[in-house]
Design a protein around this ligand. Structure first.
Ligand SMILES: [Ca+2]
Ligand SMILES: [Ca+2]
Length: 1011
């Protein structure tokens, strides 16, 4: 309810003059909840708030606190404390009496010690009351235990008096003369619309009725009677006024109120209605429909009350055609897409009008399209019928057609129909089962995702990584001139590209086409438009259909590689049936290893056919330098299954070799990529701690400040700090630390080492030439795993051990990470002046900062155990060029004399060799001295020597005497009987192309000597 205007219709009651002829006794309850309440009939109220609407004088009606225990009014403070200025703000809230004259009295009693009362002349300016001069009086001496009359004398007739009462009770206002003016008041207490809906249907005459029941309440000081001026109700339509207000636009109907209402009385519900013509309703500016707000208006005080917003629905059919949320207006196209068989779609014909829709004809033209819906029929108002459509599959190929729906009083719907029935022989992938096809190879990246689009085509393949990864087709037969089609789209608001490759062997790939969001020419560009779903960087961009026309004829494979892109509806070429096909999907071949140390390889083999490859029906082998060095058990490979295999071997020779895994069975050979492996020298090792860990004071220090994204450091460890022998080789460096929480951060790390005479950092960080002169021992990605407990945060395994010369050791590091982690590295606080660092989240520059010495844990080589001696013939003559071979005996895990389990398996032994010099002397360095060894010494013209050795008591001295061989004897009868075609290896495990003419070789698991 809102006051629109104040109706100036008043009723006047005049009192004749006489001794105190007017008395206001405060005996009727006063509701003080409205600040502008009237204390007595015909009174007014000048509300004072001091500028803050929530600050006002508190009045309380006291039912028995007045004169002779009658009703009276109590007033509170006329002011408040402004906490902002610290001062008290006075209020002048005045209870305004009717116009009075002569002698005026008021009974007053203090409510608190500060109780007082003042009187002011008040004048009326339009609707506002204005405070005037104070009216003085003789202080009667107010008290708190009784009412005291306050008397104003000689008040001119017609004076409005404002009573400013503060902390007092007031009662019994009297005056010699008074003109009491009582006001009328009416309000709309309740409105109930007959139709509680946003829309309202028109009848056959295109008319609608706005109807409501209204409850009125007399809020004035006078009774209201039928026939009183303005005592009426209206229905009006409204229009926006200022702000959120609505004001009367047009009064639509007026009806008198024909019931009397006493003061304070509420009426019974009164019905009011108006019939309107839809055609006459004027839409509000900016509105595309005729929704209007309708209000009830009463005529006494002019208040209004909303009935409802109504949009009249015209009496005519209102037809529309939808599939789900997609509208098919006349001229639009319904695309059935690519279908492998008969495809069905269902449109819905809606009638949103107030009149029934008479459909006279539903026709489908064009070969291959049909509907079962038969006209004529009627669609009732606010209802719908389904329009089933099918694309038949009798003949493959592209199809076009047309759907026409005609009806009475509507424009006909004409929707184009398109689609393509696929050749069932062609390779087609639409991902609609939510998975990648079983015969497609997914190399690390692609997944099937469900878009938010409606309709049949929900799934597509997406590579949301910003990295390459191939999706490889089955073997395809490409005919001359045949093309391939696919849908492609960008994924997210990022650089996007799809690359299409061709290969005949799935190893060597030729790039056929690049589709890119940033392509220069339209033909190769992934569109940046979208329909439907858009949410910042998560926008679902539209697919575009591309045709690949440069695939070579013949049999081959297609691969789809993408960064942040989506593909769908791959179509073209015929899949070549293959009985056996398998592929190495994952192979982990380390790029570095160590002589006589387990070299562990894993690989996955995926079956791309439904043929089960039986256990043992194929081989799983690791090849190093052309020789098969390890074989895994070939387990059953299920149809389209993927098995994991692991291989372990010991390589006995330093050097750089090519390694790969190969699986070979009936009809397939699957080979991993070839990895170049560097096998380093074997070293006997010691663990050395450099510096004493006595805590970490700061998360910003050497060796690395992981608290920043980027950091670098230079530390010089003195020879005294290091305590390791000159000539020692450093193969591993570890720095320990802890954080405040478990967190990992990944980035790149570079580490340089240098033997130096310097005893302190020399600002090498600022000197590129100085860094270039150092030996870089690490340059790769690194993940720092920090936990709350002390742990190895930085572990550097040096592929090529660093040789220490006995001087001081300079260590320089530089890291750049994609995040940060709090890490306190172990420090030796007692060592200063040997370490500096710099760090920043973006750019490292400027002077270095001193750091405590980072504690470093080194793995360094020490002397090997040796077996040495002289090889002679039975005459005591030196045998030069004899080969001394130590081969470890088969060990099982945990069976190691040193206590540490060694993964040395049977036929996979640790081997050391030496050759005698001209004096027949030999010396073999044995690093794994905890093992027991078989010793074999061979030389041309001598029988092989067989023995054994253990290093439990340290180095071994052993002179060996070789006996001349029996000239006529056959060396090894067994060898002659074994498979002469089996592979041949040397003692290093390297496969030989043929038997050596001289020396030792291995065939069928046995050693042989060739002469
Ligand atoms: Ca009273
Ligand atoms: Ca799809």
């Amino acid at each position: 309810m809102r006051k629109i205007f104040l109706l100036g219709v008043l009723s006047l009651l005049a009192f004749a003059t006489g001794a105190q002829s007017y008395k206001a006794d405060f005996n009727s309850t006063v509701d003080t909840s409205d600040p502008s309440f009237k204390a007595n009939p015909g009174w007014a109220h000048l509300v004072s708030t001091g500028g803050y609407s929530y600050q006002k004088v508190t009045y309380t009606y006291v039912a028995d606190g007045g004169v002779d225990a009658s009703g009276c009014l109590q007033a509170g403070d006329q002011g408040y404390d402004d906490w902002w200025t610290g001062s008290t703000v006075a209020l002048n809230d005045l209870l305004v009496t009717p116009q009075v004259g002569g002698t005026v009295t008021l009974q007053v009693k203090k409510a608190t010690s500060t109780g007082n009362v003042k009187f002011y002349k008040v004048t009326k300016n339009g609707a506002d009351w204005v405070m005037g001069d104070e009216i003085t009086f003789e202080d009667p001496g107010l008290v708190s235990f009784d009412f005291t009359p306050v008397e104003l004398t000689d008040i001119p007739e017609g004076t409005y008096i404002g009573i400013r009462a503060e902390n007092v009770l007031i009662d019994d206002f009297t005056a010699t003369t008074a003109n009491v003016v009582l006001t009328r008041g009416l309000t709309i207490a309740q409105v109930t619309p007959a139709v509680d809906n946003n829309t309202i249907d028109c009848d056959e005459n295109n008319q609608f009725t706005v109807k409501a029941t209204v409850v009125l309440k007399n809020t004035g000081e006078l009774d209201l009677n039928p026939g009183d001026e303005g005592y009426q109700l209206q229905i009006a339509n409204m229009k926006p006024g200022t702000g959120a207000d609505y004001v009367v636009d047009e009064v639509l109907v007026t009806q008198p109120v024909n019931v009397a209402l006493a003061v304070g009385q509420e009426s019974e519900p009164i019905e009011i209605s108006v019939v309107l013509n839809e055609a006459d309703v004027v839409a509000l500016p900016g509105n595309d429909n005729k929704a209007r707000r309708y209000d009830v208006v009463e005529g006494v005080t002019g208040t209004t009350h909303v009935i409802r917003n109504y949009q009249p629905i015209a009496y005519r059919p209102d037809a529309s055609l939808f599939e789900g949320m997609t509208e098919y207006a006349t001229g639009s196209t319904l695309n059935f897409g690519l279908a492998t068989g008969e495809a069905a779609r269902t449109l819905t014909l809606y009638n949103d009008g107030a009149a029934p829709l008479q459909v006279t004809a539903v026709t489908v033209e064009g070969e291959g399209f049909a509907t079962t819906l038969v006209a004529p029929f009627t669609v009732d108002k606010h209802s719908q019928v389904e329009v089933p459509l099918t694309m038949t599959s009798a003949t493959p190929g592209a199809k076009t057609g047309k759907l026409t729906i005609e009806g009475t009083d509507i424009e006909p719907f004409i929707v184009n129909l398109t689609g393509e029935v696929l050749d069932p022989d062609k390779w087609y992938v639409n991902f609609e089962n939510g998975q990648l096809p079983a015969n497609v190879l997914n190399i690390d990246s692609w997944e099937v995702s469900n878009s938010l689009v409606t309709g049949e085509n929900k799934y597509y393949a997406v590579n949301s990584k910003n990295a390459d990864g191939k999706l490889i087709s089955p073997l395809l037969q490409v005919e001359d001139g045949e093309t391939f089609g696919l849908d492609a789209a960008r994924n997210y608001d990022t650089p996007s590209a799809v690359r299409i490759y061709y290969s005949t062997d799935r190893k060597e790939w030729t790039l056929l086409r690049t589709l890119d969001a940033n392509a220069e020419n339209d033909a190769d560009r992934l569109t940046d438009t979208y329909t439907g779903y858009a949410w910042g960087s998560n926008t679902k961009y539209d697919f575009t259909r591309f045709t690949i026309d440069n695939v070579p004829a013949g049999q081959g494979y297609l691969a789809f590689e993408a960064s942040n892109a989506r593909i769908d509806n791959l179509l073209g070429f015929k899949v070549v049936a293959v009985e056996h096909d398998a592929f190495v999907t994952l192979a982990d071949i380390p790029a570095a290893g160590t002589v006589n140390t387990p070299f562990n390889v894993t690989a996955n083999l995926k079956n791309l056919t439904e043929t089960v490859e039986a256990a043992g029906s194929y081989t799983a082998r690791l090849y190093v330098d052309g020789a098969m060095v390890a074989e895994a058990e070939a387990t059953e490979l299920a149809a389209y299954g993927e098995n994991a295999y692991s291989f372990s071997t010991l390589i006995h020779e330093q050097g750089t070799f090519e390694a790969y895994v190969e699986f070979a069975g009936e009809g397939f050979t699957a080979t991993s990529d070839v990895v170049t492996v560097t096998i380093g020298e074997e070293l006997a090792t010691n663990e050395v701690q450099v510096g004493t860990n006595n805590g970490s004071d700061t998360k910003s220090a050497a060796p690395l400040t992981l608290y920043n994204n980027k950091s670098e450091s230079e530390t010089v460890y003195t020879a005294q700090d290091l305590g390791i022998a000159a000539g020692s080789k450093i193969s591993r460096m570890v720095f320990k630390g802890h954080g405040t929480t478990a967190k990992s951060v990944t980035g790149t790390l570079k580490v340089w080492l240098e033997n130096t005479e310097d005893a302190a950092p020399q600002d090498v960080l600022l000197n590129e030439d100085a860094i270039a002169a150092m030996t870089q021992v690490y340059n790769d990605s690194y993940t720092y795993d920090v936990t709350r407990d002390e742990t190895d945060v930085l572990v550097l395994n040096l592929a090529i051990p660093f040789e220490y010369t006995g001087k001081n050791l300079r260590v320089v590091m530089h890291t750049e990470n994609s995040g940060w982690v709090t890490c306190y590295f172990e420090h030796d606080k007692n060592v200063t002046g040997q370490s500096v660092y710099r760090s920043h989240d973006r750019t490292i520059s400027g002077a270095c900062i001193a750091s405590e010495l980072p504690v470093m844990y080194l793995t360094v080589s020490t002397e090997a155990s040796t077996m040495a001696g002289r090889v002679t013939d039975t005459e005591g003559n030196a045998v030069a060029g004899a080969t001394v071979t130590l081969t470890s005996r088969a060990q099982t895990a945990g069976d190691d004399a040193q206590g540490a389990p060694r993964r040395v398996s049977a036929g996979n032994q640790v081997v050391y060799t030496a050759t005698t010099d001209a004096q027949g002397n030999y010396s073999v360095d044995v690093f794994q001295s905890g093992l027991d060894y078989d010793v074999m010494v061979t030389a041309d013209g001598y029988k092989p020597y067989n023995g054994s050795v253990s290093f439990a008591n340290g180095n071994v001295e052993s002179d060996i005497v070789l006996e001349p061989e029996d000239v006529t004897a056959v060396t090894d009868i067994t060898a002659a009987q074994a498979d002469e075609n089996a592979p041949i290896y040397d003692l290093m495990g390297r496969r030989l192309t043929a038997k050596p003419s001289q020396g030792i070789y291995i065939q069928n698991g046995r050693k042989h000597i060739a002469r």
